[in-house]
Ligand binder design. Structure first.
Ligand code: NAD
Length: 250
């Protein structure tokens, strides 16, 4: 597991019960951060906390919708109770319905925007305040390769991920001088439960789009997030970082 300078601080990871968020929570905890494992799925969040504790780390679970104000407040309070909050990884996200724009449902559009974009804004807003009081911090927002290119059947997802990239730049500029760094990450297709609705043929088609010849692993995204979260990334803010096996280089 990669090593990063993230000790003596707490970290919030939303959507940390599965996939990329889980890998990030495990990596940060292994490097000494005290982690709030936030997820809609309470059992999944508790299981990640147990895994961290079994390895000698410190973590607490906060269950609920990452976009809900009361959940966000509870998450920040839980982090500050552990150690000064200096890391926020706003990762919770959903794929939403698969349909071209002409057939795309209103309720699916609204739900994808709520979770993938509005929740990222609300969590960032809540995390910035304690970080300013704590002398700085690092926020990493999960975008996607679909934050810079499109795909025909996920218009809401593509819109939200482009939105995360732009929002991250605006937020970063507001706090650059005060030591709160804010960046976004753009993974290619990563083999997590998010892709569970795809069959083997669809996954093989996705593999073919990645020049490295395979899908990514959650741990490979976590390595980039861990670096951006750490003090080693002290001159990096407002930028969008790809981890995509060459997908967008084509
Ligand atoms: P995943 O489905 O494996 O995990 C997502 C987690 O978020 C789950 O534990 C789920 O319970 C939780 N979650 C969903 N809605 C929530 C909500 N409203 N509040 C709190 N938690 C909620 O997904 P993943 O593949 O690990 O994706 C994580 C992030 O990475 C997402 O933002 C996704 O868009 C992004 N991403 C994923 C891929 C990929 O190919 N897997 C590629 C690019 C970007």
């Amino acid at each position: 597991m990669a090593t990063y300078d993230v000790a003596d601080r707490s970290a919030i990871v939303t959507g940390a019960g599965s996939g990329i968020g889980k890998a990030v929570a495990l990596l940060l905890a292994a490097n000494g951060a005290k982690v709030v494992v936030q997820d809609l799925n309470e059992d999944a969040a508790n299981a990640v906390v147990s895994e961290i504790e079994a390895s000698g780390g410190t973590a607490v679970a906060v269950a609920g919708d990452a976009g809900a104000t009361d959940v966000i407040e509870a998450t920040v309070a839980a982090a500050e109770a552990l150690a000064p909050l200096k890391i926020g990884v706003n990762n919770a996200g959903i794929g939403g319905p698969a349909a071209p724009t002409g057939d795309y449902p209103d309720d699916g559009w609204d739900r994808v925007l709520d979770i993938n974009l509005s929740a990222v804004f609300r969590n960032t807003r809540a995390q910035v305040k304690p970080m300013l009081e704590n002398g700085g911090g690092s926020i990493v927002n999960l975008a996607s390769i679909l934050g810079s290119v499109g795909t025909p059947y996920s218009p809401a997802y593509v819109a939200t991920k482009h939105g995360v990239v732009g929002f991250t730049k605006a937020a970063a500029l507001a706090y650059a001088e005060q030591g709160v760094r804010i960046n976004s990450v753009g993974p290619g297709y990563i083999d997590t439960p998010l892709l569970a609705q795809m069959d083997a043929e669809q996954k093989a088609a996705l593999v073919a789009l990645h020049p490295v010849g395979r899908l990514g692993k959650a741990e490979e995204v976590a390595n980039l997030v861990g670096f951006l979260a750490s003090d080693a990334a002290s001159f990096i803010t407002g930028s969008y970082h790809l981890v995509d096996g060459g997908y967008t280089a084509q």
